[in-house]
Design a protein around this ligand. Structure first.
Ligand code: PBG
Length: 328
């Protein structure tokens, strides 16, 4: 390799066109999944204070957002439900209501914005009165009794028209059980995006506020979500989920876990998604609102970092904003 002064690294950085020519990573709208919060309670609609720029949407507003996203070229939308507290109980029965908020939202989207892919979480936390992702036996989150309700819930979502179901509960064995249930119910083409490496993280704070589980949550999720200190365990989780039939895997949170994204992508070579979660987005937004940093640039820079680390797609609350910035 030649050395300075023959080689000057700055030569290629002189102008926009030459920087464009040598750029190694591209961020495009096709890499974005729009993350949305929906609600079945009219009084809960509107801005989420801890998640600046994000509102809980009724179904008309959801359809409007999906339409805007589709017209910008965003391939898919992910739905997260805020459920009226009066419908929550210990057995998450609302998760099995085929006429509930999420199945209705899927049907509206499929009927009115058929060109956008619909991704829905499979987990019980929006529906339990204790805010955990599984059923509780005493103080313990019970793995095996949760699996049955997850599988039945996934079939209901598939029946409503979901394109991708995304188990986010971190129970052991859920991918295989959900795959079998979908196949047996005649949905072999519904995809599974596994939250394979999901860490017990403080970055979920604003989301729990948005879906109304923050105040209800008893204890923490460390007996099922992963220890932020672990990498090898994430690879093990991914291997298991792929074995059980996951079509794509996800890392969550995103930015603090780029090393995990990179390891997974290089070791397995499968579609690897990251979730830029609520706390990450809130940090970007609040820095912008306070005039401490340029939040548009923070958004594009962080999303590009996911691509550089090897992610194929990123779930973000800022997808519409990013798509507009990419077009301008
Ligand atoms: C749980 C779930 C979580 C998120 C989506 N589904 C995390 C949790 O409460 O443990 C977080 C999303 C975000 O922070 O944006 N099933």
């Amino acid at each position: 390799m030649s050395q300075f002064p023959q080689l000057r690294m700055r030569r290629k950085r002189q102008s926009a066109w030459s920087r464009d020519l040598v750029r190694e990573t591209r961020l495009t709208v096709a890499d974005l999944v729009l993350t949305t919060v929906i609600t079945d309670s009219e009084s809960a609609e509107g801005p989420v204070p801890s998640l600046p720029g994000v509102a809980r949407l009724g179904l008309d507003a959801l359809v409007a957002q999906a339409r805007e996203a589709a017209s910008l070229g965003i391939p898919a939308i992910a739905l997260f439900p805020h459920i009226d507290p009066s419908k929550k109980d210990g057995s998450a029965s609302e998760a099995l209501n085929a006429d509930g908020l999420v199945p209705n939202a899927i049907r509206r989207l499929k009927a009115e914005v058929p060109e956008i892919g619909v991704i829905v979480d499979v987990a019980l936390d929006p529906f339990t009165d204790h805010g955990h992702d599984g059923l509780m036996q005493g103080d313990v989150i019970d793995n095996d009794s949760t699996l049955d309700i997850l599988a039945r819930g996934a079939v209901i979502l598939a029946e409503a028209g979901a394109d991708i179901v995304a188990p986010s509960d971190m129970m052991d064995g859920r991918i295989g059980i959900v795959r079998d249930a979908l196949d047996e119910a005649g949905h072999p083409d519904v995809m599974i995006l596994s939250y394979a490496a999901k860490y017990a993280s403080a970055f979920y704070g604003p989301y729990r506020d948005a879906i109304g589980t923050a105040s209800a949550l008893r204890g923490d999720k460390r007996t099922y979500q992963m220890d932020p200190a672990n990498t090898e365990e994430a690879l093990h989780e991914v291997a298991m989920d792929l074995n059980e039939g996951a079509d794509m895997v996800m890392v969550k949170p995103g930015l603090p876990y780029l090393d995990i994204c990179h390891r997974i992508k290089t070791e397995f070579g499968v579609p690897t998604f990251a979730f830029q979660v609520s706390g990450e987005y809130a940090m970007i937004q609040s820095a912008g609102e306070n005039g401490w940093a340029d939040s548009d640039r923070l958004l594009l820079e962080t999303l590009t970092a996911f691509r550089r680390a090897g992610c194929d797609a990123v779930l973000t609350y800022g997808a519409i904003r990013a798509a507009k910035l990419l077009k301008s």
